[in-house]
Design a protein around this ligand. Sequence first.
Ligand code: 4NP
Length: 149
Amino acid sequence: MKILMVCLGNICRSPLAEGILSDKISKMNVTVDSAGTAGYHIGSKPDSRAIDIAKKNNIDISNLRARKFEFSDFINFDKIYVMDENNYVDIIGLAETKDQASKVVLITDVLDSESYVPDPYYGDLADFEKVFNLLDKICQKIANKIESR
Ligand code: 4NP
């Protein structure tokens, strides 16, 4: 099972989602990666505020480096979780087959309560904390689903 987390810049939300889900999954045959729909930050570490909030929760995401989503990700991953509606439209727009399109899921769909993961980039530490807590809740559900397969 290969899971890809996608946001806009791949420096705030999706590296957090990658770190949090990786931390929760014990099965050896599950891999988690992340990518951005935009290329602004290719090669960059996660935002320092994302690194800090993860570290506060005993998760190290400092070694991750941003990359842009590429077409081969549709082939290499089983599930592509996107953080918001813009990401969804961007990624679905690149799909060439129904099978590829069906891999793309808005990550908040695993909960009943939220409709997207808000972009914390122009926010403050409290926004990063909210995003962490939301992704933690979501990733726990995803992990439970995978572990029970
Ligand atoms: P992310 O946040 O999509 O959660 O990584 C952003 C990071 C950078 C930018 C926007 C959102 N940016 O415009 O550079």
